[in-house]
Design a protein around this ligand. Structure first.
Ligand SMILES: [Zn+2]
Length: 301
């Protein structure tokens, strides 16, 4: 049985090169079960989900990390999120027939935005890279080079059953006692980085999806000294709630909400991520716009 719904860190001993492997199985199927995505959109979303978990693995944060891809092409919006405890969700929006092509092609040379927000939304960090004639992995490599200044390589793959990703990163080398030692260590790290990057580039999407973590690491890097860490579980979990939906309706405004009530008898807001439906009748809506706070409003931030 292959590894499921997990993120595993590994490192090359005595070197600044580290990596992560992610596999999404049940969490990925839960993400797409209520959507009839065309294959090309589905796979792009799966790759983005895997990438988001990998990004969350490499960065220290408390709150959530959002990957957003926006463009003028047929696949015009892709949003994936991961919390510090690796709860994932994601959604894609497209119009018309989406042709096969690179992510840059199907999003119309979109841009990738990575946002990290603290749980209390007090701090926010954002980085943007354009997708020019390339896929998400290449776009994110650019992102790491520009925003983090850490050489990073990524490989991503997805199908209807699972999404997977491999990330390699070369961290800055620490300084040792002498300049000569430093020079030697740096050259050695550079050699290892080049070597493992080339080896990882031979991995096909089918192998990335089909092999277990141990198989990937053994078959690719059997001549290297690789240390595997215990994997952490990743899951599908949506952060939507009735309270958040209420505040969305408040933002929409009383007139507009009452208008929907007049026409439909109730307001139904369906979460795009998990397909959960939140229903508000005339009484709920009246309470929503009165001064009296709703019972669920206390958790609102
Ligand atoms: Zn939801």
């Amino acid at each position: 049985m292959a590894d499921t719904d997990q993120l595993r860190r590994f490192l090359f001993e005595h070197s600044p090169v580290r990596g992560y492997l992610v596999r999404l199985n049940a969490s990925w199927r839960a993400t797409i079960e209520h959507h009839a995505y065309p294959t090309v959109v589905r796979d792009a979303l799966g790759e983005a989900m895997a990438a988001t978990a990998l990004l969350a693995g490499t960065m220290k944060f408390e709150g959530r990390l959002t990957l957003q891809i926006q463009g003028a092409g047929p696949l015009h919006l892709l949003v994936t999120q991961c919390t510090e405890s690796f709860a994932l969700r994601g959604v894609a929006r497209y119009r018309g027939d989406v042709p096969t092509g690179t992510l840059a092609e199907i999003t119309g040379e979109g841009r990738v935005t990575v946002t990290i927000e603290s749980a209390d939304q007090d701090t926010r960090y954002q980085g943007v890279v354009p997708l020019i004639g390339q896929g998400l992995a290449e776009g994110l490599q650019e992102y790491f080079a520009l925003s983090e200044q850490v050489p990073t390589r990524l490989w991503l793959a997805a199908d209807g059953d699972q999404a997977a990703g491999l990330l390699l990163q070369k961290l800055p080398t620490g300084s040792s006692a002498s300049a000569e030692d430093d020079l030697g260590a740096r050259a050695e790290a550079e050699d290892l980085w080049e070597r493992v990057s080339l080896l990882a580039a031979t991995l096909t999407p089918a192998e990335l999806l089909g092999w277990s973590d141990t198989e990937v690491l053994q078959r690719l890097f059997h001549e290297e000294d690789v240390r595997h860490f215990e994997p952490v579980p990743v899951s599908f979990r949506c952060a939507c709630s009735r309270a958040r939906t209420s505040s969305m309706l408040r933002a929409l405004g009383e007139a507009e909400t009452l208008d929907i009530i007049a026409k439909e008898g109730e307001v139904t807001v369906t979460c795009e991520f998990c397909n959960r439906a939140y229903r508000f009748d005339a009484v709920d809506v009246a309470a929503l716009f009165s001064e009296v706070p709703l019972p669920g409003d206390r958790q609102l931030h």
